[in-house]
Write a protein that binds this ligand. Sequence first.
Ligand code: PXP
Length: 237
Amino acid sequence: MATLGVNIDHVATVRQARRTIEPDPVWAAALAELGGADAITVHLREDRRHIQDRDLEVLRRTVQVKLNLEAAIAPAMIEIACRVKPDQVTLVPEKREEITTEGGLDVVGHRAATAEAVRRLHEAGIAVSLFLDPSPPQIDAAVDLGVAAVELHTGAYANATSEKARHEELVELARGAAMVRQATLGLNAGHGLTYRNVVPVARLEGMGELNIGHSIVARAVLVGFTQAVREMKALIT
Ligand code: PXP
């Protein structure tokens, strides 16, 4: 059985659209816990486009389940992580111009910088997960670095436009998952997972944490919309 890490970044995206105080991702985290979230995930991006430093600090004090911070390997981000001490840091690649995380971390290409980030996080007592494409050389490099877990990037699977392509991407994920399992690392997955495509990924043998954000926030906006309108209407009529 997989566990659910709820990524609340896009609650903060709505707030930042007006630079106001609502909706507060801290409230969303509490509601996610009430709904059964096994972990709360936030990505503190270097450009602070959604989650802010204050959010991470308050969440560290209030989240009762596992707190998973997604962060770039940049020294400034690692310093924040070591100070705030989430339960897990998932290292991700980050480009300023991207809409969302594109592709997994290139551990093979950035081995020394990744190793240094992992070393500092381990020294601070923080478990590390690496967000990787299901590529054997990347998974081998993660095993060498002694991290606790790998989060397999499910974006190619989620974006596949035919059943055949989706099946092929699922086979790649299953191969990657088998490598992660054999190395006795924790097996996580995420990116682009939705109510329609999540089940085959959740059923991969040994699957641990699934980190899901956009689809849950998108559904929350719609399932809550009628109630929100009713409440406003009741105030003014
Ligand atoms: N996992 C990682 C490493 C991510 O960077 C993201 C996006 O922030 C997610 C999971 C969640 O992706 P989505 O919002 O598409 O569910």
